[in-house]
Design a binder for this molecule. Structure first.
Ligand code: C2E
Ligand code: MG
Ligand code: MG
Ligand code: MG
Length: 285
């Protein structure tokens, strides 16, 4: 009986992984057509200043409306796009579309500065030879200054990069594009390395702020965040916290000196109309 059950389990496991391989394979094959058929869309999530509660900008988060599977999140297809190279045209589309949106928000607004958009860059985009030229062209087409854009790069994508490999990012930073180090604290870069990176913002990973969702806050998490904020501010970097889900957490993080917050407490990622409403409400209050 034990043997039969064991055999059964193996069979299930095999069937399961076959299904995963097939799913992976068919998703990967469909990616180029999905881009041609405009099946991708972008949701925006506001970034909020902790000191005044004002909307500072929004992160562009890509989704795929798959004709059979429904809406797929980036974790389900970005790795596939990354491994096939499709991430380069997909990433360029995300950049174009979100800057076009930023321009539209700006035109709808009444004489305020343009809303900054944060766009995620994957490692292959970083290594793509025309990254700088493409980004400049997209900004020009949208009629926006470089300061309207923040590029988010994960800590892991930059680990071990030498000066030559960092040059495109440095050029963009020198032009006025804001560079944020995403998921900060999950990689293994040593802290002195931070000084060499052309970044202006640290986006502290959600895992560090989970312990502050309820009072009392986890004392170890508090110490860690305190240390990171003090280090960041010493290096003239601003700190954004991800995954803020409760008011208690927002209050802890504000007291700890974090600058900007993003999370479900403020808003889930949503269509561009929702962000416009949020920022109009904000400007009116
Ligand atoms: P990320 O850049 O760290 O984005 C933040 C993720 O946290 C998003 O997941 C967002 O929906 C989620 N999130 C926001 N607030 C909360 C919260 O309060 N609680 C919790 N539990 N989660 C929250 P999402 O949209 O699934 O994106 C996952 C990752 O996919 C992103 O992580 C980013 O690395 C990547 N990604 C998204 N769009 C793009 C893109 O256009 N290009 C590239 N290369 N990567 C992208
Ligand atoms: Mg990000
Ligand atoms: Mg992040
Ligand atoms: Mg993250």
């Amino acid at each position: 009986r034990a043997k039969a059950a064991g055999g059964n389990r193996y069979e299930l496991a095999d069937a399961d992984s076959d299904a995963r391989v097939i799913a992976r394979h068919s998703l990967t094959n469909r990616l180029p057509a999905a881009l041609d058929n405009s099946e991708f869309f972008i949701e925006y999530q506001p970034l909020v200043g902790l000191a005044d509660g004002a909307v500072r900008g929004a992160e562009a988060l890509v989704r795929w409306l798959h004709p059979v599977h429904g809406v797929l999140g980036p974790d389900q297809f970005i790795p596939l796009a990354e491994s096939t190279g499709l991430i380069v045209p997909l990433g360029r589309w995300v950049l174009e579309e979100s800057l076009r949106q930023a321009r539209a928000w700006w035109q709808e607004g009444s004489g305020q500065a343009p809303m900054r958009v944060n766009v995620n860059l994957s490692p292959s985009q970083l290594r793509y030879p025309s990254l700088v030229a493409d980004t400049v062209a997209v900004l020009e087409n949208a009629g926006l200054a470089p300061s309207a854009l923040c590029l988010e790069v994960t800590e892991n994508a930059l680990i071990g990069a030498d000066e030559e490999e960092l040059r495109p990012l440095r050029e963009l930073a020198d032009m006025g594009v804001d560079i944020a180090l995403d998921d900060f604290g999950t990689g293994y870069s040593n802290l002195s390395y931070l000084r060499r990176l052309p970044v202006s913002t640290l986006k502290l990973d959600r895992s560090f702020t989970r312990g502050m969702q309820r009072a009392p806050a986890d004392p170890v998490d508090v110490k860690i965040v305190e240390g990171i904020v003090s280090l960041a501010h010493t290096l003239d970097l601003s700190v954004t916290v991800e995954g803020v889900e409760t008011g208690t957490q927002a209050e802890h993080l504000r007291i700890l000196g974090c600058d900007t917050a993003q999370g479900w407490y403020y808003a889930r990622p949503g269509p561009p109309e929702r962000l416009r409403m949020l920022s109009l409400v904000d400007a009116a209050s």
